[in-house]
Design a binder for this molecule. Structure first.
Ligand code: HEM
Length: 219
């Protein structure tokens, strides 16, 4: 479609805040365990888990483009999108495209697996996640190994995520990064703007997520 384009808001502040805090937390979590600052690693892990639980809530009760129901399309649609990747002109979609939706789900599942396994993992003789005492040694060893290896799976998925964003820019001329920063995208004037949920709802859901994590981690 050509013609007049307008700057339309596609991502709300909670999704953008969630995304960029997550990026900072992933780096800080890696650095803290590398420097053996495990007390910091556990606290950052709890903050990450609270953000993930919030994002889960927001996927059901949040703005239209944040909802799982809006961006999780049948695998057929994702494959058709990828098959037409070079041919179709990019940049006219409002939220995640049908392939991106599955990538987001994969990242969220891997992040949840990482944060939840961290609660039960043991770093060494003197240091363990808050729920590790609930496990016998064999289970503790298994979860700890999973936590270590899943990080590399997550890293692989993050690399694919970044390569995909570069490919959308280079091959289709579609800049996905700018909307994740500003919230806005230039779209044909006839595009229906998505519906946004009130920020106070986001705050209430984040507080609920934070309370859930506090109750789990300080049980
Ligand atoms: C500097 C590095 C990164 C950049 C530039 C970046 C960029 C982006 C962009 C542009 C989107 C929107 C894609 C779309 O339009 O469909 C997105 C979504 C997303 N990214 Fe990243 N990303 C980065 C790192 C990460 C990391 C480290 C993670 C954590 C595993 C991550 C997880 C996600 C998730 C979960 C979404 C979906 C957001 C939502 O719907 O809430 N990203 N990213």
């Amino acid at each position: 479609m050509s013609g007049i384009k307008l700057s339309i808001r596609v991502w709300d502040a909670p999704v953008r805040l969630f995304h960029w805090l997550l990026v900072a937390l992933i780096v800080a979590l890696y650095v803290s365990q590398f420097l053996d600052l495990m007390w910091l690693h556990y606290r950052l892990g709890e903050v990450t888990l609270s953000l993930l639980i919030f994002r889960l809530f927001w996927g059901f009760f949040g703005s239209e483009t944040a909802r799982f129901g809006a961006f999780l399309k049948p695998p057929r649609a994702a494959l058709a999108h990828l098959a037409a990747f070079r041919r179709s002109a990019g940049g006219e979609g409002v939220g995640h495209n049908p392939a991106g939706g599955w990538m987001v789900l994969l990242l969220l599942v891997l992040l949840f697996a990482q944060a939840l396994s961290g609660l039960f993992a043991r770093a060494d003789r003197n240091s363990a996640g808050p729920l590790n005492p609930l496990l016998a040694k064999p289970a503790s060893d298994l979860v700890s190994a999973f936590h270590a290896w899943n990080f590399y799976v997550l890293l692989g998925a993050i690399i694919v995520h970044l390569l995909a964003i570069l490919a959308y820019g280079w091959i289709r001329g579609e800049n996905l990064l700018r909307p994740m920063i500003s919230g806005k995208k230039r779209l044909p004037a006839a595009t229906r703007a998505p519906r946004f949920a009130p920020p106070l709802r986001a705050l209430a859901l984040y507080l609920l997520a934070a309370v859930i994590v506090a109750l789990i981690a300080r049980r």
